[in-house]
Design a protein around this ligand. Structure first.
Ligand SMILES: NC(=O)c1ccc[n+]([C@@H]2O[C@H](COP(=O)([O-])OP(=O)(O)OC[C@H]3O[C@@H](n4cnc5c(N)ncnc54)[C@H](OP(=O)(O)O)[C@@H]3O)[C@@H](O)[C@H]2O)c1
Length: 343
C-alpha cells in the first residue's frame, strides 16, 4: 500500500514510529506492508521517493530539524509541491495529519478533493475537513469509488467511531454522550481536588495539554468539532457548528464544583449528539454514571443503543503514537476491505 503523508508533526511522527517499530509484526500478522512514498510539511521540507522512504531515517531527519537531513538515495526528490505529490506520486492513500481548521477545513479540504480526483483513499487524523466538508467528501469519494476514514479525529486511537460504525452494526444508536476533550477534563479533575481554574489552566499549558490560546478547548469548540464528526459517523448527518449549543468550562467556579460534590455529582464537559441535534456543555453527572469517573486527560464515549443499552468506551484521547495508531487501524481496515478484495 503506497501512502502519502501530509503533516509530519506529533501525529505524523507517531504514525511513522509505529511503522518503524512494528513493520515485521504488521507484515506477519496482517500482511500489511505500507510504503510511504511522499511526506510533506509546511516549513520543514517535502520528500518523494517512488521506492518508499525509510521510516527510521525520516524520524532521524525531523529530529535533526528538517527533512533536509534525510539521506540522499536513488530516486529521491526534495522539490515537489503537495499538489504534485497528490497528482503524480501514484500513492493509493492520502494520510492527513495537517492542522485542524474547523471554520474552513483548512488546506486539508482542497488536498482531499484533489486526492479523490487522483483516485486515492483518504485517512484523516485532522478534524477540519471532515467536520466542514463531510457531505462533499462522501459524495465525491463515493462517485470515485474511494473510501474516507477518520478514526483518529475523535478520541485518538480509542476506537470511538469504529465502535458505533462496526462493532455495534445492527443496533440502532439513538444518542452519544462523550468526554471528548482531554484538556478540559484535566482541568475539571484538578478543580475537583481543590485547585482554581486559572491555576490549573496555567499548569495544563506548561505541561503541553493546553494551547497558549486555550479557547478552542475551554470554550468547547474542540469538543464540538468532534461531536460533529461523531454525528456524521453514527447518523450520517454532520451537524453545522452554528447549529450546536456550545458552552465551555471557563465560567465554572469552585462553588459550582463544591455544590455538585455535596449532591454526590461531578461536573463534566459533555458533548451530546442525537439524530436531531447536538450540544457541548458542562453537565452535573451522578457519581454512578460511567462518564463521571473518567478523570484527567482520558476521554470516553457512551453510545445508547436499542439492543445493548448503554455501551461506554474509555481511553486515550490524544498523543502522537495513540493517534498514529488510529491511522494504522484505518489503513488496516482499507487493506481488508479494498486491497484484499482486489487481489
Ligand atoms: N496531537 C494529538 O494528540 C492529536 C490527536 C488527535 C487528532 N489530532 C489532529 O491531528 C492533526 C495533526 O496534529 P499534530 O499534533 O501532529 O499537529 P502538529 O504537530 O502541529 O503537526 C502539523 C504538521 O502539519 C504540517 N503542515 C501544516 N500546514 C501544512 C500545509 N499547508 N502543507 C503541508 N504540511 C503542513 C506542519 O508542518 P511544519 O512541521 O512545517 O510546521 C506539521 O508537520 C491535527 O489536525 C490535530 O487536530 C491530534
Amino acid at each position: 500500500m503506497k501512502l502519502l503523508l501530509l503533516g509530519f508533526g506529533t501525529v505524523g511522527q507517531g504514525f511513522v514510529q509505529i511503522l518503524r517499530d512494528k513493520a515485521h509484526d504488521l507484515q506477519a500478522r496482517y500482511d500489511f506492508a505500507p510504503r510511504i512514498v511522499g511526506v510533506a510539511t509546511r516549513s520543514r521540507g517535502i520528500l518523494y521517493c517512488a521506492n518508499g522512504l525509510d521510516p527510521a531515517a525520516l524520524l532521524e531527519a525531523i529530529k535533526a530539524g528538517s527533512l533536509e537531513h534525510y539521506p540522499e538515495s536513488a530516486g529521491l526528490a526534495r522539490d515537489w509541491s503537495v499538489e504534485r505529490l497528490i497528482s503524480e506520486s501514484g500513492a493509493e492513500v492520502l494520510v492527513d495529519a495537517l492542522p485542524t481548521d474547523l471554520v474552513t477545513g483548512g488546506a486539508s479540504l482542497p488536498y482531499a478533493f484533489a486526492a479523490i480526483d487522483a483516485g486515492m483513499h483518504l485517512v484523516f487524523a485532522s478534524k477540519g475537513a471532515v467536520a466542514v466538508g463531510y457531505d462533499d467528501l462522501m459524495r465525491r469519494s463515493r462517485a470515485a469509488g474511494t473510501r474516507v476514514l477518520f478514526e483518529g479525529s475523535v478520541m485518538a486511537g480509542t476506537p470511538s467511531l469504529r465502535l458505533g460504525m462496526q462493532a455495534l452494526a445492527g443496533c440502532t444508536i439513538t444518542a452519544a454522550r462523550g468526554i471528548l476533550n482531554g484538556t478540559t477534563n484535566y482541568i475539571l479533575t484538578a478543580m475537583e481536588a481543590g485547585r482554581s481554574y486559572a491555576d490549573v489552566l496555567a499548569e495544563a499549558q506548561k505541561l503541553g495539554y493546553a494551547e497558549a490560546d486555550p479557547t478552542a478547548d475551554v470554550d468547547g469548540w474542540d469538543a464540538a468539532g468532534k461531536a460533529i464528526i461523531v454525528s456524521a459517523a453514527l447518523f450520517g448527518k454532520p451537524l453545522a457548528l452554528d447549529q450546536m449549543d456550545v458552552h465551555g468550562i471557563s465560567g465554572l467556579t469552585a462553588a459550582d464544583i463544591d455544590a455538585a460534590r455535596a449532591s454526590g455529582e461531578r461536573w463534566k464537559l459533555i458533548a451530546h449528539v442525537t439524530p436531531e441535534g447536538g450540544s457541548v456543555m458542562p453537565v452535573r453527572l451522578p457519581l454512578s454514571h460511567p462518564l463521571a469517573n473518567v478523570s484527567g486527560t482520558t476521554n470516553a464515549i457512551t453510545l445508547t443503543t436499542d439492543l445493548l443499552g448503554d455501551v461506554t468506551l474509555i481511553g486515550a484521547g490524544a498523543g502522537g503514537v495513540q493517534t498514529g495508531f488510529a491511522v494504522l487501524s484505518d489503513l488496516i481496515d482499507l487493506q481488508r476491505i479494498i486491497f484484499k478484495s482486489a487481489k
